[in-house]
Design a binder for this molecule. Structure first.
Ligand code: BYC
Length: 337
């Protein structure tokens, strides 16, 4: 546990007084709530942590397009199809802002994408579950985007400037996604008994995986302590999970749905909803590549990447041509300057 934190501290202790002074000044800036910007000095471990988290976040947005993309051609009306298309496009945009934020840390987007495609980088466990009915699109918006917002609002105050600024726009769009999902659930719950049963079935299947989105319990979270010290994380995995449960249970009851957890109960003393034990073995299996859809998702991403190769080549050739034309037009004057 906390090996990364110990290693980071040991490395500083061994590095001598000058290095230790730099680390102390960096930590003082963090404590003073200053934003760290790309050209500022930062500990290598801070940079690595951000590259890991931001790139995995970007991959999640990109892989996250697949379960919903599955329903674009089968949305029940033109209005629903247009909203779903726009949501999936927003997710592509979020992936791009996040890759751009990661690039400010000196990594190449191509390398990050390779890490996803060859299985070295993780993406959110939640996107390895199937979307079996239209109600799953409602449940994803309501629950998955709801969980994402809970996790991401504090990231708007993350100590690293480019990540924090990207999150502000992402959160605005995610809250619209959450509302469109809840509205789908509301429509189904006010519809026929079959539609309500479909909504209930979606809640039954998505509830527990959504609680896993927040990551392992605090007692097993390797990165939390150091990330909290660096103010990358403002709340622990368990704190955010509890906030999500507290916010979501009344919303489910308003829909007239039951949560698939016999132990779910309101604790008047603490003001929180208590919930049953999470199946962490299922989480470990999904992270190990053995979830219901891991192989399908990675196959689809690899195929899409290969199919898009000509677009990337054409865009690079076009950019090269424009750059050559601009430098020819600028002519010798620009060379002299
Ligand atoms: N799935 O020490 P911990 C979205 C990994 S996209 C997979 O607690 P940390 C959306 C973790 O990476 C949602 N892996 O880590 C898109 C670490 O492994 P590595 C994505 C997980 O970083 C489209 C190990 O477990 N959101 O919202 O302190 C449509 C130990 O964990 C998961 C983000 O990425 C998981 N669920 O905390 C709709 C938010 N949980 O890296 C919606 C940004 C943990 O050492 N990320 N792991 O190999 C974070 O806030 C943090 O990285 C986490 C984990 C809370 C996720």
């Amino acid at each position: 546990m906390y090996t990364q934190a110990l290693n980071a501290r040991d490395a500083v202790a061994e590095a001598g007084p000058e290095e230790a002074g730099r680390h102390a000044r960096f930590q003082a800036r963090i404590e003073a709530e200053e934003r760290i910007e790309p050209n500022d000095w930062m500990p290598e471990a801070y940079r690595r942590t951000l590259v890991r988290q931001i790139s995995q976040h970007a991959h999640s947005e990109i892989v996250g397009m697949l379960p919903e993309g599955n329903w674009i051609t089968r949305a029940p009306s033109l209005k629903r199809k247009a909203a779903l298309l726009a949501k999936v496009q927003d997710e592509a945009g979020h992936g791009l802002y996040l890759y751009a934020a990661a690039e400010t840390l000196g990594v190449a987007r191509e390398d990050l994408v390779d890490q996803l495609l060859d299985g070295r980088a993780k993406y959110s466990s939640i996107f390895n579950y199937p979307t079996l009915t239209w109600a799953d699109i409602g449940a994803i918006g309501w629950l998955v985007d709801g969980a994402a917002i809970m996790n991401q609002i504090p990231l708007c105050r993350c100590s690293y400037g480019p990540y924090a600024r990207a999150m502000i726009r992402i959160c605005k769009e995610e809250s619209f996604h959450q509302r469109q999902g809840y509205e789908i659930m509301l429509t189904l719950c006010r519809g026929t008994p079959e539609q309500k049963a479909m909504a209930q079935d979606a809640l039954n299947r998505w509830w527990w995986p959504c609680l896993m989105m927040f990551g392992p319990p605090d007692s097993e979270s390797q990165h939390s302590e150091q990330s909290a010290r660096w103010k990358i994380k403002r709340f622990s995995n368990d704190e955010l999970r509890q906030k999500f449960v507290d916010a979501t249970v009344p919303q489910g009851h308003h829909l007239g749905l039951a949560f698939p957890d016999p132990e779910l109960a309101y604790d008047a003393e603490t003001g929180h909803w208590r919930f049953g034990a999470i199946d962490w073995e299922e989480f470990r299996q999904v992270l190990a590549g053995n979830g219901p859809c891991n192989r399908q998702r990675m196959r689809q991403r690899r195929d899409a990447h290969a199919a898009g190769a000509w677009v990337r080549e054409a865009a690079l050739a076009h950019a090269g041509k424009r750059a050559r034309r601009a430098s020819a037009e600028a002519g010798p004057a620009s060379a002299a300057a």
